[in-house]
Each structure stands twice: as structure tokens, then as C-alpha cells.
Design a protein around this ligand. Structure first.
Ligand SMILES: NC(=O)c1ccc[n+]([C@@H]2O[C@H](COP(=O)([O-])OP(=O)(O)OC[C@H]3O[C@@H](n4cnc5c(N)ncnc54)[C@H](O)[C@@H]3O)[C@@H](O)[C@H]2O)c1
Length: 133
């Protein structure tokens, strides 16, 4: 099983990656994260040397990069944790929230449709889920 986990250098995504690699040691996990202020690569240090783990520094909003990764990795599943997640910051700079949380989510769902990915998990806030429904 190949799983692309986006936003895996953040709080929930990193713990999901640790859990999955421990529980399913034969799964391959590919983390796609552009490392905003909220992402920290050192968080993933415990799994960096795991042969079943790959880190890719790209944004979910970069359609070309996302499609390229899907073509390289042929994921069975995608789990999206990548987001601007701090509500207070959205008041000062709403644009990056719209770009990442809405456009980025749409790019990932387009990629899933294009490459026939059967399972896509959106970890998000209800506002994003409603817009993308
Ligand atoms: N932490 C909570 O208590 C909580 C509660 C409810 C919902 N959520 C939702 O769960 C999801 C994950 O939350 P979290 O607390 O782990 O967030 P976080 O802020 O800790 O991590 C977000 C990660 O996404 C990455 N990222 C941001 N923009 C990106 C982009 N364009 N491309 C690729 N990577 C990008 C960041 O670098 C970071 O590693 C979010 O959608 C959040 O709204 C979190």
C-alpha cells in the first residue's frame, strides 16, 4: 500500500505517519509538505531513514508537482492534512488560507480523479469540506 500524506510535517500529520509506519511496517508513506512556518522537518527525524518513507518538499497548490508525484508513486490512498490551520492568522491574511485550503484541496482531488485513486481522506475544517462537496 502506497499512501501520500500531505502536511505530514505538521502536528497531526506527523503523528499519523509515525502511527502508520509502526502499525503497518510494509506500507510506503510519501509525505508532501512545503514546510510553512507550521511545518518542521525535524519532527520527522525518527522516520527519515526508514526505507518505506519519502519526504517531498512541494506545495499541494502546485498542480504540476502534485501530478508528477502521483505519476511517480502510484498512491493507493491520499490523506490531506496540509492546511493553513491557525484561525487567528486567517483574519490578517485570508488569501493564503483560500489558496492552500481550497485550491490545494481541489488540486489533490483533481489528481485523485485523474489517476483513479479510490480513497481520499480530507482532514480539515467543516468550511473546506462544505465548499468542496
Ligand atoms: N490541530 C487541531 O486541533 C485540529 C482540530 C481540528 C481540525 N484540524 C485540521 O487538521 C488539519 C491538520 O492540522 P494540524 O494541527 O496538524 O496543522 P499544522 O498547522 O500543525 O500543520 C499543517 C502542515 O501543513 C503544511 N502545509 C501548509 N500549507 C501547505 C501547502 N500549501 N502544501 C503542502 N503543505 C502545506 C505545513 O507546512 C504543516 O506541516 C488542518 O486541516 C486543521 O484545520 C486540526
Amino acid at each position: 500500500m502506497n499512501i501520500i500524506v500531505t502536511g505530514g510535517a505538521g502536528f497531526i500529520g506527523s503523528n499519523f505517519i509515525f502511527h502508520m509506519l509502526k502499525k503497518y511496517p510494509d506500507y510506503r508513506i510519501i509525505c508532501l509538505d512545503c514546510l510553512t512556518y507550521a511545518g518542521n522537518l525535524s519532527t520527522l527525524a525518527p522516520v527519515m531513514d526508514n526505507p518505506n518513507f519519502r519526504f517531498v518538499k512541494e506545495s499541494i497548490t502546485d498542480r504540476e508537482a502534485v501530478y508528477k508525484l502521483f505519476e511517480e508513486e502510484h498512491p493507493d490512498m491520499v490523506v490531506n492534512f496540509a492546511a493553513e490551520s491557525h484561525v487567528d492568522r486567517s483574519i490578517e491574511n485570508p488569501e493564503v488560507f483560500l489558496t492552500t485550503n481550497i485550491i490545494g484541496t481541489a488540486v489533490l482531488m483533481d489528481a485523485c480523479r485523474k489517476y483513479g485513486i479510490k480513497r481520499y481522506h480530507q482532514v480539515s475544517t467543516d468550511e473546506v469540506t462544505e465548499i468542496c462537496r
